[in-house]
Write a protein that binds this ligand. Structure first.
Ligand SMILES: [Mn+2]
Length: 318
């Protein structure tokens, strides 16, 4: 498949790269790395990356505006995205040819040119492995982007990096492209004291059911008190892994500006993606998110997740 994808890339003069809405380091790392790899190896191509910019992640690259007319004779490369409706900044149906490279469980079939590997740690791992399999040159900044995507999606190799191939790719990025992990950790993980205080609030206020579900609701008033915004919760979620008695945890955050309740959940065993798809959200089997209309929908999710945890515990002991 890698060679077929490379041939398709060679055919097109203009290439547009897109990822899921709510760009995270893996989605951003993969899209900008792919752009830089294509330009390094095929300098006469035009390559654009679409999606809403995220100011704290601007070191990955700068997003482009793409019009519908531009899409008509272009190739679309969709990265880190399983479903068409969550593509950011681009109209899928304007393209004749599409490539998809992803590590989420499959939702929509995008085209005949797909690499889907749910055992891969990240989309960045798949882009790096595509580049190396095709003997493409990998510029240093692309290597840095892919390293950051792998590190972020595995939460520094705590999960998702169960296969030797992940570590082999990382070794190659460090050894061959001469990247410096410490400098990149600083970019990814430096955070404000306000965010640390918000984490304290979550830790103090998380209620845990007897079935092992942890949940917290954060109101706009709480956010103001800690001087943070509703997006700050995302980076805190992974810090509740490896806690006795906690199987699944979910945080609901009021987002007054967009009139939604941002919801983020993680799990250490019970599968949660199908439940979140019912609420117009989704993600990975064990890491999901959604935007809810109200805190009463949050209560529904709490009940359903608690039931799922109960079921999971019963199955585990039988
Ligand atoms: Mn990803």
């Amino acid at each position: 498949m890698e060679q077929n994808i490379l041939e398709l890339i060679k055919k097109y003069k203009r290439i547009i790269i897109a990822r899921h809405i709510g760009g995270d380091p893996d989605a951003l790392g993969a899209t900008f790395a792919m752009k830089e790899i294509i330009l390094e190896n095929f300098p006469d191509k035009e390559v654009f990356v679409t999606g809403t910019s995220i100011s704290r992640f601007k070191f990955f690259g700068t997003h482009d505006k793409v019009t519908d007319e531009m899409c008509e004779d272009s190739l679309l490369i969709a990265l880190d995205i399983p479903d068409i409706k969550r593509l950011d900044g681009v109209n899928f149906y304007k393209f004749k040819d599409v490539i998809k490279i992803d590590h989420h469980p499959e939702i929509d079939k995008f085209s005949d040119y797909e690499i889907i590997d749910i055992d891969a740690s990240s989309a960045c791992e798949l882009v790096a492995s595509f580049a190396y399999k095709c003997n493409l040159k990998v510029p240093k900044h692309a290597a840095e982007n892919m390293f950051m995507g792998i590190v972020a999606d595995t939460n520094r190799f705590l999960f998702g990096a169960n296969k030797p191939k992940t570590y082999k790719i990382v070794l190659r990025l460090i050894e061959q492209e001469h990247i410096k992990p410490n400098e990149l950790y600083e970019l990814l993980y430096k955070r404000s004291m306000s965010e640390v205080r918000l984490e304290g609030f979550i830790s103090l206020n998380m209620r845990i059911t007897k079935n092992g579900l942890g949940f917290v609701k954060i109101t706009d008033e709480d956010l103001k008190k800690y001087n943070v915004d509703s997006a700050s919760v995302g980076s805190i979620m992974n810090d509740y892994n490896f806690i006795h008695g906690l199987i699944c945890w979910v945080v609901f955050t009021e987002d007054v500006k967009n009139k939604v309740i941002r919801t983020s959940a993680r799990s250490r065993g019970v599968k949660i993606n199908k439940l979140f798809e019912q609420y117009n959200g989704g993600g990975h089997v064990y890491a999901c998110g959604a935007k809810l209309n109200s805190f009463s929908e949050a209560d529904e999710i709490i009940d359903k997740l608690d039931e799922a945890c109960k079921q999971y515990k019963e199955d585990e002991y039988n």
